[in-house]
Design a protein around this ligand. Sequence first.
Ligand code: 13P
Length: 264
Amino acid sequence: MAVKRVPLIAGNWKMNLDHLQAIATVQKLAWTLKDAKHEYGLGGAEVAVFPPFTDLRSVQTLISADKLEIVFGGQDVSEHDSGAYTGEISGAFLKSLDCSYVIIGHSERRQYHGETDELLGRKVAAALKHGLVPVLCVGETAEDLEQHGPSAVPVAQLKAALEGISGAPDLVVAYEPVWAIGSGQAATPEQAEQVAAKLRETLAELLGAEVADATRILYGGSVKSGNIAAFMREPNVDGALVGGASLDVAEFASIARFQKHVGT
Ligand code: 13P
C-alpha cells in the first residue's frame, strides 16, 4: 500500500549568511510562515534550512527557544566519527546540535572537492549511524545529459552511494541536474518526474518496494515560487531543494507556503 510521503521544502544556503544573518533569517521565516499554519493547517509538510556549519548553534538555540516548526541540517558530514581530520565535521557533532538532516554529495562538493561516489557511500553510512537523515544529491551535467540521456548518471550515482546500505534507511534523495543549478533554467516538471520515477525504481531494486515508497525524492535546480506548483504536481516529486531562492525569506516562504497548501 502506498504511504503518504511528507513533503519537504529544503533551503540550501550554501556559503551564504553568517550566524547573525542566520538568526534574522530564521526568525523572519518563522514569522512569515506563522499564519500559514492557520490558513493551511500545515498539512504535515516540513520546512528545513541548511545553514553553514558556523551558524548551526545559533539556529539550534533560536529554534529550540522559540519552539519554531523549522528543522535544519548540515551541508556536509565527515565519513569519520572523530580524530585527526582537520576541517571535518562529524555526524555526532551535527546530531548533538539537533540536526535532523545532512546534505551529502551536492554537485558543488563533487565538483570542487573531488567527492567520489565511494566516499559519498561512506558518508551516507556515517550519517545513518549518527541518526541523521541523509539528503543524497544526484544529478547529471549538461554533457552527461547529451551523452547518456536524462537518468543514467543520477541512477548510477544513487546505486554507487547506496552500495553498502541495507535495511530500511530513512533517506531523502535530491535530484539536482547540474545544468539547472543557479542557471535560472529549471528542468521541466516532466523531466524531473521522469528521473524521479527512475530513481524510485532504483530504490525499489536496491532496498525494496517499501523503502522506495517511503523515500522522499526532491527536485532541485532554479526552483522558485513561480515554478514550484508544477513540480509538486508530479507524483514522484515530494519536495524541493532550493538554493538561491532560499536566501530570500519572502520567496522561500511562498515556495513553502504553496506546498503547505498542496499538502492539505
Ligand atoms: P538553485 O536553487 O540556486 O538553482 O540551487 C539549487 C541547489 O543547488 C540546491 O542544493
